[in-house]
Design a protein around this ligand. Structure first.
Ligand SMILES: C[S@@+](CC[C@H](N)C(=O)[O-])C[C@H]1O[C@@H](n2cnc3c(N)ncnc32)[C@H](O)[C@@H]1O
Length: 253
């Protein structure tokens, strides 16, 4: 009640909405925003993350939006510390309000991270992030945001240490990697009419936005030193991608 909602595409290709406002350190429950798609996609996403995320360590979420995913995944994966972030102050306020309501010991207060920034404020972290998670961002931002995301993953991700991931079967079992979720074209073609319509609506809002091509995204990730993605087909014509950081890759904060 009294809580704000973010509008979403029916297939859940989320569009963020945020009016400017100042964050505060102790927002009330009314600061919580809601994106209905998060309730639909969180369990399918968690089912993939379960096999990818290391059993412990730090998970850095980029573009956390409302903070609903952060609160849910922190409770689903109690062995990791979940670090949400978003560059939008009003969304950070929502993330913090969801965090206070969730009372999850392993959920941190949000950081202000714009992925296009050359430096991410990760100084407070005791160790490099073991994994990064970015859901429904790169199509609702300029291409530079995808470039910044992969550059940051390459710079900041810890490298695989053979610690074993989740139930242990996935590519993530070796350790560090970036999880990316959203709609993608394949070989330059849309995979569903709804994705094509969504792409048109995105580009009408901002010509620099749009559904990205899996091949172009993968090439950029590999150029940044990440491994080719493991690809998971997800509901509503979305894909989940896992880009592992190969052992021997550089590691710094
Ligand atoms: C559609 S929302 C998705 C939010 C959330 N991940 C979800 O699935 O509900 C897109 C998010 O991307 C964030 N975003 C846009 N540009 C960004 C950038 N350059 N760096 C980090 N986040 C960005 C917005 O602030 C917004 O929270």
């Amino acid at each position: 009640m009294g809580e704000k909602h973010l509008d979403r595409h029916p297939d859940d290709h989320a569009e963020g909405a945020a009016a400017p406002s100042e964050p505060d350190s102790n927002p009330g429950p009314e600061a919580r925003r809601h994106a209905p798609a998060t309730a639909r996609n969180r369990d399918p996403i968690a089912a993939v993350l379960r096999d990818l995320l290391p059993p412990n360590g730090m998970v850095l979420e980029l573009a956390s939006g409302t903070g609903e995913h952060a609160a849910y995944f922190a409770s689903r994966f109690p062995g990791v510390v979940w670090q949400p972030s978003d560059p939008d102050p009003q969304l950070r306020r929502s993330i913090e309000a969801h965090r206070l309501a969730a009372s999850c010991a392993n959920l941190r207060a949000p950081l202000d991270i714009d992925v296009t920034a050359p430096l991410w404020p990760l100084d407070g972290m005791a160790a490099p992030p073991t994994a990064m998670v970015c859901i429904n961002m790169i199509h609702i931002a300029p291409w530079a945001a995808a470039e910044g995301l992969f550059a940051g993953a390459s710079r900041h991700l810890g490298v695989g240490g053979g610690s074993g991931g989740g139930s242990g079967a996935g590519a993530g079992a070796a350790g560090g990697g970036l999880f990316l979720y959203g709609p993608f074209k394949r070989d330059g073609m849309h995979t569903a009419p709804s994705n094509e319509a969504f792409d048109r609506s995105l580009r009408a809002q901002d010509p620099s936005w749009g559904v990205r091509d899996l091949g172009a995204v993968s090439a950029m990730a590999m150029g940044a030193g990440l491994a080719p993605p493991e690809v998971f087909e997800m509901p509503a014509n979305n894909l989940a991608l896992w880009f592992a950081k190969p052992p021997g890759g550089k590691e710094n904060r």
